[in-house]
Every structure is written in C-alpha cells, then in structure tokens.
Design a protein around this ligand. Structure first.
Ligand SMILES: [Ca+2]
Ligand SMILES: [Ca+2]
Length: 431
C-alpha cells in the first residue's frame, strides 16, 4: 500500500524539481515508464529509506514522541508515513472519551483468551487465526494507539508479533500451533502482562513495539531495492559483515528452515524474522536448533570436528586478512569442548548444547567474527550490560541498543557516538 502511495507521489512529481534534462512538460504523465524509473531511483535514495521507517514508539529516547510532531490525529488521507513526516508540527489533543470511562483492562485479556480458546477448539492454531487477536489488540491497547494513522505499519507490527510467537512456541516448526505447545509456551502470561501494562514496550515477549521497530528497520536496511526480498549479497552485509559466506550459504540452502518467500534464492520478511531472532539470541532453544542444523552438514544429528572446521576455516581466513593473530582450530576446539562438556568428546549433540548456558558462543566462534572477537576479548561493555539487567535475554539487550541507535538516527541527532556500523553503511547510495 505504501508502495502504491509512493508511486502516485512519484507520478505527481514536478519534473523541474528533479532537474531532468530536456523533458517536455506533461511527458511524465504521458509516459508512465519514466515515472516508474524515477520511482525506482527514488526508492534507492538514502533519504527515502529513512522516510520509510515506521513511526517511532511514543517512548522515544529524545523524549519527543514522533507522534506529536506528526500532526493531526484525524485519519490521514493517504495513510502513508511518507506524507506524515513532512506535515507541520501540531500537538495531538485526544478528541474522544469513553462515556463510562476506559473499559477495565481485564477485558482485553479475556477477549484475547476467548479468541484463543475458540481458535484451539478445532485443535490447532494457524498464523492466520492470530490475526483477529492482533487486530483487537491494535484497536484497544493504549500503547498502540499512535499507530492508528499508519495502517500499513499496524499490519507489519501484527505479522511480526505472530512470527515471533510461532518462532518461540511452535517448536515443531510446522506452522500448526497445538494446544500443548501453547500451554508449554509463555504466550498466556505475555497476554496477561499486556493487559496490565499500558507501556507496550515493557511487554518484551512478542508484543514490544520497539522490538518490532528494530526487526523491521534491519530488514529495510538490507533490502536495498525494497522489493521485500533479501538475497545472499544483502544478508552478507548484516551486522557490519559479521557473518561468513559459508553460513549465509547454509541459510539460503534453507537447511535450518524452509523459506516462505516463494521466490527462488530470496528470503522474505518472515524468513528474516526467524534469522534475526536466531542470530541475536543464540542462547534460546529455537536458535540453537536453527544453527545446529546449519553446521550439521550431513544432517546426522551430531556436530563433528570436521564439520565445525569447515566453517571455522573462513573465520581463520578473515582473521588473517584483518592482520589479527589467528586462533588455531585445534585450540578453539579444546576451548569449545571445555565450555560444553559434551557426553562424548568427539562430537556435540543438540542435547549437549541445550544443557550448557554458553553454547551460543560456539556458533559465534564458527561464523560470526565480530561476536567471536567480542567473546574472546570479554568485551567489558557487554559484560556490564549483562550485570545491569540479568533478567533480560540477549535478544532484549540487542533490541534495546539498536532501538536507541535507530531512533537517534531518525531524530537527526549525532549517531556517530554509537557503534553506527550497519546503519551508516546502509546510508551509502547503492550505485
Ligand atoms: Ca530486495
Ligand atoms: Ca553431522
């Protein structure tokens, strides 16, 4: 939908402003091919990619909620964030009230639960079955009111939340959530928290708007041509080129999970959500399973030293290229065995990894150079972060850091004091 809007905008552009050589007046309107070409060019401009970011959460770090700068709360004629950004500054004054006061918060949870009950009456829940639950939530949760002017981002938020729920709870990975899986997961307690908490960003399990914002912006950064698909070359840029070609190949051979994108050789948004959740929290069980499948080249359920060495070779090569002192595989293997303490020292099983809290590091050692280095040097910044909030997951910490960075960027403040790597790079014009 935003694409349509943008296309209309592109068609309505004044050619003079674009300083086109020798373009007859009206040519743009008559020749839609030019408009299309301009539109594609416009999409690749660095400024455009900023404009297409979803609205910041009301709890912006700068204390200046974007929604207030956005202007009128009335329905936007185009419903596009592209338009809203340029509107004049105006404060939103709520123009409605609940005749009998705001409905008691319990209602929301009851509604969601009864929906879910209904959903499982037939035995299993599909992703689509969760859509009405999210729709109700978007209509009634005070923490999501600010999204009401941007229906396309309401939709993206809803799908992201559903993917996150399935990633964590649908452990069979078959897209059919069973009642058993639901009961074992923490969705019901997340709904309860959602009910009692007005600040959506405090509901870290599944529903945080900031978490959605980070996932979506990361995807948008990598998807240079904005066709909502990512190829290998795009993904290799993830996290400041932190991943190896070999692991990216494995992801694209769809070993850890079959892509839902339907376009050969490309990853869609849902596939990316699975990837980023696995990449940024390697301590979680779904993540361990995801990466275990990647490394298990012959798929026999054990990781041998040969399989691990195949991936580590590329890391070693990269260390050499960066003139860093390489850590030999034999040394790293001993370190990994000490860390995991596997039942049989000649290989790792998934059970070995799930038993040990530090297992995620194995995967960083094998294919993520930046995180491997941070681990080797015991990055004091990360250690401090862990001490300050021991209850947060690795994912929560990552999302928090990135949200701050992205929102600084969007606020036009100096982001250079952040680590700034990925974002800066994405701002380079890709031609
Ligand atoms: Ca793309
Ligand atoms: Ca194997």
């Amino acid at each position: 939908m935003e694409v349509e809007t943008a296309r209309r905008d592109a068609a309505a552009l004044d050619p003079e402003l674009l300083q086109l050589p020798e373009l007859a007046p009206g040519a743009l309107r008559e020749n839609s091919g030019i408009a299309e070409a301009l539109y594609s060019q416009w999409l690749t401009l660095p400024e455009t990619s900023k404009l297409c970011a979803p609205p910041l959460s009301p709890r912006s770090t700068s204390g200046s909620p974007r929604i207030m700068r956005r202007g009128s709360a009335g329905p936007s004629s185009l419903g596009s964030p592209l338009k809203l950004v340029s509107e004049p500054v105006r404060e939103v004054i709520p123009q409605f009230y609940f005749k009998n006061g705001r409905p008691p918060p319990r209602d929301l949870k009851e509604q969601c639960l009864s929906r879910i009950d209904h959903l499982f009456f037939g035995g299993e829940g599909l992703q689509d079955d969760f859509k009405p639950v999210l729709k109700e939530l978007l209509a009634s949760h005070p923490g999501l009111e600010f999204l009401q002017g941007t229906p396309e981002f309401q939709e993206r938020y809803a799908e992201t939340v559903i993917y996150r729920i399935f990633y964590s709870i649908n452990r069979s990975g078959n897209g059919h959530l069973t009642l058993r899986e639901l009961k074992r997961g923490n969705l019901v307690s997340a709904l309860q928290q959602l009910d009692e908490e007005e600040d959506i960003n405090k509901v870290l399990r599944y529903f945080s708007y900031e978490h959605f914002y980070v996932i979506y912006c990361k995807f948008w950064e990598l998807d240079a041509d904005h066709d909502f698909l990512i190829d290998k070359e795009n993904l290799i840029r993830y996290g400041n080129h932190s991943l190896t070609y070999r692991i990216v190949d494995r992801i694209f051979s769809q070993v850890p999970r079959k892509f839902t994108s339907m376009t050969e050789g490309k990853m869609g948004y849902e596939d990316f959500v699975y990837f980023i959740l696995s990449e940024e929290d390697k301590s979680s069980e779904p993540s361990l399973e995801y990466w275990f499948k990647c490394i298990d080249l012959d798929g026999n359920g054990i990781l041998t030293s040969n399989e691990m060495q195949f991936f580590y070779e590329e890391q070693l090569h990269r260390m050499e290229c960066m003139a860093q002192e390489p850590v030999l595989f034999e040394d790293i293997l001993c370190q990994m065995i000490d860390m995991i303490g596997p039942e049989n020292e000649s290989y790792f099983t998934l059970r070995d990894l799930k038993r040990c809290k530090l297992s995620g590091n194995i995967f960083n050692i094998l294919f993520n150079l930046n995180k491997f280095m941070a681990f080797e040097t015991r990055d004091p910044f990360l250690i401090r972060q862990e001490r300050e909030n021991p209850n947060l997951t690795e994912w929560d910490r990552f999302a928090h850091r990135e949200y701050i960075r992205l929102s600084m960027e969007e606020d036009g403040e100096d982001a250079s004091n952040g680590s700034g790597d990925v974002w800066d790079e994405s701002l380079e014009a890709p031609f």
